[in-house]
Each structure stands twice: as structure tokens, then as C-alpha cells.
Design a protein around this ligand. Structure first.
Ligand code: GDP
Ligand code: IMO
Ligand code: MG
Length: 439
């Protein structure tokens, strides 16, 4: 152990790894399912970024759960779940989600911790987001409508309200009033009556004070103490690398860091406590909302992917745009995240195709680009360069043993591993818990 209780390299080699699970594309890769499976081997599941914009689906027998703000680990009755300081918390939504879980006999007493330093998503954030989006005209970002952007904006502008601030009635009231006054520019479309009602609704958030109290904690300290006791943590990422505020397709991205660095800043743990970074990668590409998606197929292929993969947003129900796998963005996202293992999902959705294309580069002004660029004016004028592989046209849905996969499906997996130079350790062949192949 080092003086702060984090294990040294030698000690770590003997223990269960602390794993990070991140999305490597534009979100909705199937992180929920993978986190659910890996939770078996963890003591604690911790969310480090995003908020209720996430929608993580877990299918257990005939029951479907979609977790938004609460870590997916909550579905395992003996695991502790942490909502870290990097998450933006909508208290109304949190209690709604907890009530829904309670109705389905999922208990969470004494095993959910919410960081005292996490920022709150306030009712005015959602209204501001809507008005701002309306004003964007043709340049709409199409956010999830959960107030995420304005909440992170206030955090950075140092006028946000943290969970802990709800217990200081004066400070809470002052901040609400200040924010409504200074953000008037966004709110000027509202009538006086609507403004009064928004102010009341925002001040009313303090009513959750008593209910939230038992969950509030110094989660950074808790994780440190747990590590000292030899407990193992699974870090649950939200969104995907291309939605990262720094590395994504800015401004068509979310407002937080979704990549591995956010584990440390969003939970208060050092990088040395991360042992493995698992990149959840869909066997093709999807995105919800606006922004570049170079391999998008606005044709029969896209329709088949959408139908076969049931590609509708888990949070908003919007149809997801679909296209072929893009190795340019994957190599970029693997580099930023330091991915050590791939969890490949939705292989079964490709069962139908006689040919499968994979994008290996972009053509820009007759030159081949193999690195991602954040310059959208270039991206918009790039054309994907594809390699074509034969489809297997046999059912892989539900297969649990690697040797039962068709040879051509194995070839597709080999091809991906070779191109990305990272091993696949898990293949998902359906939405259910047991529809999985461990390699
Ligand atoms: P997340 O946000 O990354 O957790 O992903 P979502 O839950 O938003 O979307 C993934 C969707 O694909 C969900 O409906 C899952 O139930 C489903 N899913 C996950 N893995 C597989 C798979 O291997 N095959 C199929 N057909 N569906 C899957
Ligand atoms: P999970 O964790 C897919 C997208 C939105 C929008 C953009 C900005 O389920 O993978 P925001 O509300 O964050 O300001 O929206 O980001 N987006 C997601 N897309 N999966 C998600 O989360 C997403 N969270 C945000 O559609 O384009
Ligand atoms: Mg999702």
C-alpha cells in the first residue's frame, strides 16, 4: 500500500482488477448490459459523469430495466453504488427512478451514496436548454432535454448549486435568485407568470433535503477507505468517446468528459487505482441527435440495422441513426481511453447482411485520412473509405460458445481485433444477461 491506502503494483496483480467501462462510439453501445455482467465481480459500482441523459438497459429474464442516473449495479442486491461528484443530479428524477425501482422490488437502502459535491440539475436548466435549443435555428444540437448542458455550464461558471448546498437554505435561495436574474437572456421568452412559477419550482427543490440526506456522502473518501479494505470498484461510464466535451464531435456532443480521465475527476480517485479500461463497442455505429456520422446509411442498410438492433434512444425514444463500423473513430477513442479490452456488442444484428462494410479511413480532397479530426468543416467533406467483408447470414443471436459462431463471423471479429490491435474479451449476442460469449 502507498501512504494513502492505494495498492502498489505488486499488490494489485494479486487482486480483482478495478475496471472502467466506457462507450467508444456515440453512446448506446450496450454499456448497461456489460456493466451488469461485470458487476458480479465488483463490490462497488460508481458513475463518474453525465446525468439522466444516459439510458442504460439491462434485460433480466422477461424484465427490462433502464437506468438513467443510478448506477446499473443497483440491480445486484449486495453491491454498493456511488453517484460521484462528476455527475449532475436531478433530484426530482433521482427519486422518481428510485421509486420505480422500489415498485419492482429493488431495494437500495444503505447501498446508494451520492456525492455531496455533485452539482444539481435545476428546473431552470431544463427550461433554459429548451429555449436555447429553439433559438439555435438550423444548428440544433438535439440534446436529451435533461438540462445537462446548462447544469455543467453553471458548474464551470461557478454559480452552480451542489448537493451539499441544499442544506444551507440562505445560500440555496441566493443562488437560485442570482441564476434566474443573470440568466434572464435565456429566459426572456417566458411570460412573467411563467417566470414566477419557474422560480417557485426551483426554490421547491429544497424540499428534497430530508429525503436526500441519508444518501449524501464524501464519496471520494468512501472509495478510498473501501480500496484500503481491499474492495473492488467498477467504474460505469456514460455516453461515448465521440460525445466527450473535449474529444467529441464538438459542439455536437454532451457537456462532460465521457472518457477515462473523468473517472479521477468525477470521483476523486487517483489514476493508479485503474487496472483495466473496457471499451464497449457496437458491431456497427449509431448516434442519436445531430452531428457528423460519416458511415451513416440512409438507405435499406440503415433501416435494417435500426430495425434489427431496435435502435431507439433509451432516454428519449428517438430513432438512432445507423451506419457501418468506423475504425477511424474507434482507433481515436481507444487511444484516448487507453482501452485494454473490447466488449463487442450486438454482433447478432449483422446476421442478415450478405456483405458487411467497415470504414478504414476517410477521403478528403483526394487524400486518405486515417486520423480523426475535430474540424467539422473537414469531417463534413470527408467520404468514408470501406473494406468489405462477407456476411455470415446465419443466426448468432443468443450464442454463448465461441466455437458455435459461423466462420465468417469469427473472421469479422479477427478483422476488428487485428485492426484495433486490442483483444476482444467478450461478445454480446443478444440483449439478455446470458446471451454472451466470454473469450
Ligand atoms: P448503453 O447506453 O450503452 O447502456 O446502451 P443502451 O441500453 O442505450 O442501448 C443498447 C440496446 O441494445 C439496449 O436495448 C440493449 O438491451 C440492447 N443490447 C445490448 N447488447 C445487445 C446485443 O448483443 N444484441 C442485441 N440485439 N441487443 C443488445
Ligand atoms: P448513454 O449513456 C446516446 C447525446 C444526445 C445529444 C447530445 C447532447 O445511454 O450511452 P445532452 O442531453 O447530453 O446535452 O445531449 O448527446 N447523448 C447521448 N446519445 N447515448 C447517451 O448516453 C447520450 N447522452 C447524450 O442525443 O445528441
Ligand atoms: Mg443508452
Amino acid at each position: 500500500m502507498n501512504p494513502y491506502g492505494y495498492p502498489t503494483k505488486e499488490l494489485k496483480e494479486k487482486e480483482m482488477p478495478n475496471r472502467v467501462v466506457v462507450g467508444t462510439q456515440w453512446g448506446d453501445e450496450g454499456k448497461g448490459k456489460i456493466v451488469d455482467i461485470l458487476t458480479e465481480e465488483a463490490d462497488i459500482v460508481a458513475r463518474f459523469s453525465g446525468g439522466a441523459n444516459a439510458g442504460h438497459t439491462v434485460v433480466i429474464d422477461d424484465q427490462t430495466f433502464i437506468l438513467h442516473l443510478i448506477p446499473t449495479g443497483i440491480l445486484h442486491p449486495d453491491k454498493i453504488c456511488v453517484i460521484g461528484n462528476g455527475v449532475v443530479v436531478d433530484l426530482e428524477h433521482l427519486f422518481y427512478e428510485l421509486d420505480e425501482l422500489r415498485k419492482r422490488n429493488i431495494t437500495f437502502q444503505d447501498r446508494l451514496l451520492v456525492s455531496q459535491s455533485a452539482h444539481l440539475v435545476m428546473p431552470y436548466h431544463k427550461v433554459i436548454e429548451r429555449l436555447e435549443e429553439e433559438a439555435r435555428g438550423r444548428n440544433k444540437i438535439a440534446p436529451t432535454g435533461k438540462g445537462i448542458g446548462p447544469a455543467y455550464r453553471d458548474k464551470i461558471a461557478r454559480c452552480g448549486i451542489r448537493v451539499i448546498d441544499i442544506f444551507n437554505q440562505n445560500l440555496f435561495k441566493q443562488r437560485v435568485e442570482w441564476n434566474l436574474k443573470t440568466q434572464n437572456d435565456f429566459l426572456k421568452k417566458l411570460s412573467r407568470k411563467e417566470l414566477i412559477s419557474l422560480k417557485k419550482e426551483s426554490l421547491d427543490v429544497s424540499k428534497f433535503r430530508r429525503r436526500i440526506k441519508p444518501f449524501v456522502s464524501d464519496t471520494g473518501l468512501f472509495l478510498n477507505e473501501a480500496t484500503k479494505e481491499g474492495k473492488n470498484i467498477l467504474f460505469e461510464g456514460a455516453q461515448g468517446a465521440l460525445l466527450d466535451i473535449d474529444f467529441g464531435t464538438y459542439p455536437f456532443c454532451t457537456s462532460s468528459n465521457t472518457t477515462v480521465g473523468a473517472v479521477c475527476t468525477g470521483l476523486g480517485v487517483p489514476p493508479t487505482c485503474i487496472d483495466e479500461v473496457i471499451g464497449v463497442t457496437k458491431a456497427y455505429t449509431t448516434r442519436v441527435g445531430n452531428g457528423p456520422l460519416l458511415t451513416e446509411q440512409q438507405n435499406e442498410v440503415g433501416r435494417l440495422l435500426q430495425k434489427g438492433g431496435n435502435e431507439f434512444g433509451a432516454t428519449t425514444g428517438r430513432p438512432r441513426r445507423c451506419g457501418w463500423l468506423d475504425l477511424v473513430i474507434l482507433r481515436y477513442s481507444f487511444r484516448i481511453n487507453g482501452i485494454t479490452k473490447i466488449a463487442l456488442t450486438k454482433l447478432d444484428v449483422l446476421d442478415l447482411f450478405d456483405k458487411i462494410k467497415v470504414c478504414v479511413g476517410y477521403k478528403y480532397k483526394n487524400k486518405l485520412m486515417t486520423e480523426f479530426t475535430p474540424d467539422l468543416s473537414i469531417l463534413e467533406n470527408c467520404k468514408p473509405v470501406y473494406e468489405e467483408l462477407p456476411g455470415w447470414q446465419k443466426e448468432t443471436h443468443g450464442i454463448t460458445d465461441f466455437k458455435d459462431l459461423p466462420d465468417k463471423a469469427k473472421k469479422y471479429l479477427d478483422y476488428i481485433t487485428e485492426k484495433l490491435e486490442i483483444p476482444i474479451f467478450l461478445i454480446s449476442t443478444g440483449s439478455k444477461r446470458d446471451q454472451i460469449i466470454f473469450l
